[in-house]
Design a protein around this ligand. Sequence first.
Ligand SMILES: *Cc1c(COP(=O)(O)O)cnc(C)c1O
Length: 395
Amino acid sequence: MFVYADNAATTSVSKTALDAMLPYLTENYGNPSSLYSFAQKATEAVAQARATVAACLNAEPREIYFTSGGSEADNQAIISAAKAGARKGKKHLISTKFEHHAVLHTLKKLEKEGYEVTLLDVHEDGVVRLEDVAAAIREDTALVTIMFANNEIGTVQPIKEIGALCREKGIPFHTDAVQAAGHMPIDVKEMNIDMLSISGHKFHAPKGVGVLYAKKNMPLFNLIEGGAQERGRRGGTENVAGIVALAAALKESIDNMEANTAKIIPMRDKLFAELSKIPHSKINGSLEHHVPGTVNMCFEGIEGESLLLMLDMNGICASSGSACTSGSLDPSHVLLSLGLPHEVAHGSLRLSIGEYNTMEEIDHIIEVVPKVVQYLRNMSPVWDELEKGQRPHLI
Ligand SMILES: *Cc1c(COP(=O)(O)O)cnc(C)c1O
């Protein structure tokens, strides 16, 4: 049996998105910047997609900028706010320790350029506290950027409250909503969001297309100079087919959100319930504030990478957390930010399920994971020491 349980890494393109995009790869291949009527079909398709995405987020079409993905949107939002702040002598940026690397590495770069960065703790439950944000705000704070839902553990942050606080203090607020879009309701007005990033391939559109929402009057700095596309804020011929697919997939996800959630939650809960029966295991992140499909657990005495390889041999695609740490022996920065010891964080497993998964697939995972964990523990010198009482169990 083949089971794809890594939907937080990427998703398949839905039939709706594929059908919507195909004509813009074939018969309607015009460049939206061309003046003849043939190209107008492409121009109109991009305009329609912009209106659709805006409606999905309760934004205005002119506040929607298409990008190459979530990473670019994160970079542009943060760099724009940093540069705008610097012009007013404000060079302090606030974020959290468990952001995606698209955010953390952008902040690192700005730090080297003379900005000051405060990274907030996320506590054991993986939730940022409003009072921690309030305490970090200074006279010279130029931006608060806090993710909507975490990509490794699925915890959801108090975005509306953080947004309200930032608005009260007159500080721009950005959120990386890549893991939330299409899975949870997002309303940029109601949630006091000034800038927001989303990525098509996390909700059944193709890879390589995303959106930066920037509230009108938010100053934007160009990462890519070129033509006057995207209201002069991002040069380059539009990825017309990708943009059309993103809008179709986002609308489809939102239209079906209730049904999808109702399908995913019982599968996720069964995974949590059954895999928690494995001794010396731990669920990571609060289940109270959580996206529907993400399951993250640690199993003591094993290496997450070995677990993944053995799951792969059993047809299961999963992750140990961040996909970017291959080649490094460091455990996930997200799990460390929860205060987990290195030894425990090393034994992590992320299963992210979507509406295309079935209960039969969940049953296959539930059958395989305990056996594999046991097999790896039997070979593990660390587990041997734990069992003999030569070192204490941490979970
Ligand atoms: C996937 C992801 C990104 C990056 O999006 P890309 O479109 O792959 O560049 C950024 N942030 C989060 C939280 C993600 O999960």
